[in-house]
Design a protein around this ligand. Structure first.
Ligand code: CA
Length: 681
């Protein structure tokens, strides 16, 4: 009898709330933040308006949480039932009281630090998904883990890719129709992209969609791949992987029952190596509309046919309803890396407009009659090295944009970072490491040269032009949040957090951060008080590959924090200040100009993407000019024997010889001496 009563009680509870806790579909008020982009449409617009353009100057720190991380923080926090869930570097998950910042639990999946070698763009994670009392996270080493939302205890765990391959997960999973959807990254290394759907309750694989064809001697996995195969011509792309990894963006339209997924660049980058006979190479750099029940492809739009520039279409996909020429259209916005702002009919995939939101030099325009770009002369750099806009970091990267239906504007964190593209005449496929097919010395040493810009752009998708633009001090600024308070919130690469009037961009509030910010803010309300929360932690691809860290990042040692603001908040940030002393000179070993040149080349092929061009660190990974004399002496053991593997520094003995390491040391010593001599003048 007692047992029956218990069953009845459970049944009654289930009827009152059939999906149990954390039921996202019901939150129209904006009090919670239940989905990655707040809702499945991923607009990152909140209807909350307690904080508005008139009082935002009274914002202060409500609380802050030490994430105990010194690498990049890119997560969008989620908030449900008064608890905030987020991730830090190395796929660590944490839950805190959303009103006080008090830690509820913390879960470290124990990602092996040696996995960093496969992470092109830092050991970052963009957040969790919530569903029916569970928290879902994808880890850098490819596990999808379901945690109990109350305790952080693992419920199930699956490995989503072959761990022997150079895949990673940095993106946030999404839950659609009781399935957890997850993609992966790795196209710089040579992998084949795919998206998987797992049963949210059990972790069983429901379906998998490969984004590019595999070995053509084997049967294709789907009808979509059969259609894609003729767009790959010649070459043996499947041996390198082909690319097309879906490492970040997704959105879902429940009425159309379409799941939208953005795919990435080719593996290798250059079509000449991947598909020497030309062709579009479907479904690289594309927006895919899939059936969430089966993974069947319904339509696709390819933003960059034949991609040879790392022009991923993994950038934020945002769903909106827009009146165009007197007719309400269900549209989809994307500002992918290639510099064009696309408006598509999201029911059919029809291209409605495509206009440059930043300077573009690879194509003259997009032809609306066939939806295809018109390539500029030597765009494919087949006639020699050329600087192309946008560069591989894109006119806009993963940092989410935001759509405000009240202003009719899309807010985009844009940038200009040119790079010189040149074919690698000596390309050979080397599994597990960078396989781009471009000249790494020319490329890496040109990043950060030329006109570098970063800005916040307010784009009118109807007029197809910017309405206002605020130039920031540097590129690689934070993702965006816009609210019904006529506000736009953004953290910046110059270590501030800012609020601007959404209609005209006027700066209304600014607060110092512990370090550069790349993550997007969120907002929520608890006990009648509205909060704005954002993670501060400088990092990501450009942060590693640039030589210009924010001063605050260097001073704080990139101290990661989750910071929450509210009106009248009186909290303060406890920021460590690290004195950075000039390095001691190194007793010079005799080196030759030839050896230093060899060191320059080897450094820019093997080291610069993390340690920065010219050995000038980007602020999240050690600046080697400042390393101890002991480190210089131990360079053989570190680079060849993996002495620092536990710290995330991979071993390179498969690729580099002792002579290479000595040449790198000679080059590093020269750069260290240049730093000392500069300081002396
Ligand atoms: Ca890429």
């Amino acid at each position: 009898m007692k047992r029956n009563l218990g069953v009845l009680l459970l049944l009654a509870l289930a009827c009152a709330n059939p999906d149990g806790r954390l039921r996202p579909e019901t939150d129209a008020t904006g009090v919670s933040w239940l989905r990655h982009g707040r809702t499945d449409a991923e607009q990152r617009f909140s209807p909350l308006h307690q904080i508005d353009e008139h009082n935002v100057a009274q914002l202060g720190i409500a609380w802050s949480y030490d994430t105990r991380s010194i690498r990049g923080l890119e997560a969008t926090p989620l908030v449900a039932d008064g608890v905030l869930y987020a991730t830090a570097s190395w796929s660590v998950v944490f839950a805190v009281d959303a009103a006080t910042g008090e830690e509820r639990w913390r879960y470290d999946p124990g990602v092996p630090r040696s996995k960093a070698v496969h992470a092109c763009c830092d050991v970052v994670n963009r957040g969790v998904a919530l569903h029916r009392g569970r928290v879902y996270v994808g880890t850098l080493d490819g596990r999808l883990i379901a945690l109990d939302a109350d305790t952080g205890a693992p419920v199930w765990e699956v490995q989503t890719f072959d761990p022997a391959q150079a895949y990673t997960i940095t993106g946030a999973p999404r839950v659609v129709k009781n399935k957890v959807i997850i993609g992966n990254g790795g196209a710089e290394y040579g992998v084949r992209g795919f998206v998987s759907a797992y049963d949210a309750a059990t972790g069983d694989l429901a379906w998998r969609f490969y984004t590019v064809p595999g070995d053509p001697s084997l049967p294709p996995e789907s009808a979509a791949l059969e259609r894609a195969l003729p767009t790959w011509k010649g070459g043996r792309w499947w041996e390198v992987g082909g690319g097309g990894t879906a490492w970040d963006s997704m959105a879902y339209d429940a009425k159309l029952d379409l799941l939208y997924i953005g795919t990435g660049n080719g593996s290798p980058w250059t079509r000449k190596l991947r598909s020497p006979g030309g062709g579009d190479n479907l479904y690289l750099s594309s927006i895919l509309a899939l059936r969430p029940d089966s993974g069947e492809l319904v339509w696709h739009y390819q933003t960059t046919p034949g991609d040879s520039w790392d022009y991923t279409a993994t950038q934020h996909i945002l769903l909106a309803d827009l009146e165009i020429a007197g007719r309400m259209r269900q549209v989809l916005f994307q500002a992918p890396k290639n510099g064009f702002f696309y408006v598509l009919d999201r029911a059919t995939g029809e291209l409605l407009s495509a206009d440059p939101y930043v300077p573009v030099s690879w194509a003259t325009h997009v032809d609306l009659s066939n939806g295809r770009p018109v390539y500029a002369e030597n765009a494919f750099y087949e006639d020699g090295p050329t600087s192309v806009l946008p560069g591989p970091t894109g006119g806009h990267s993963w940092h989410p944009m935001s759509w405000n239906p009240q202003t009719g504007l899309v807010y985009i964190p844009v940038q200009q970072i040119p790079m010189v593209y040149a074919h690698d005449p000596h390309f050979v496929h080397r599994p597990g490491i960078w396989n781009m097919g471009i000249d790494g010395v020319v490329g890496a040493s040109s990043i950060g040269k030329g006109a570098i810009e970063g800005a916040l752009l307010a784009w009118d998708p109807l007029a197809k032009r910017p309405v206002w633009r605020i130039d920031h001090r540097r590129p690689w600024n934070g993702g965006l949040l816009t609210t019904a308070g006529n506000l736009v919130f953004q953290g910046t690469g110059h270590a501030t957090f800012e609020a601007r009037r959404a209609t005209d961009g006027e700066l209304l509030f600014q607060a110092p951060m512990t370090t550069g910010v790349v993550a997007p803010p969120i907002t929520y309300q608890i006990d009648g008080e509205q909060y704005i929360a954002v993670l501060a932690g400088w990092g990501g691809g450009f942060a590693l590959a640039s030589a210009d860290p924010p001063a605050e990042t260097v001073a704080s040692g990139n101290a990661g924090r989750l910071i929450a603001f509210k009106l009248g908040g009186t909290g303060a940030l406890d920021v460590p200040t690290l004195a950075r002393e000039l390095p001691s000179p190194i007793a010079s070993r005799p080196t030759t100009a030839k050896q230093r040149k060899r060191g320059f080349d080897a450094f820019h092929v093997w080291c610069a993407t993390c340690h920065g061009p010219a050995a000038i660190g980007g602020g999240t990974i050690p600046d080697l000019r400042y390393s101890s004399v002991a480190t210089y002496q131990a360079l053989d053991a570190i680079v060849l024997d993996g002495a620092y593997e536990a710290k995330g520094m991979p071993r390179f003995d498969e690729w580099l010889s002792q002579d290479d390491v000595h040449a790198i040391r000679a080059y590093l010593t020269q750069q260290r001496e240049a730093l000392l001599s500069e300081a002396a003048h």
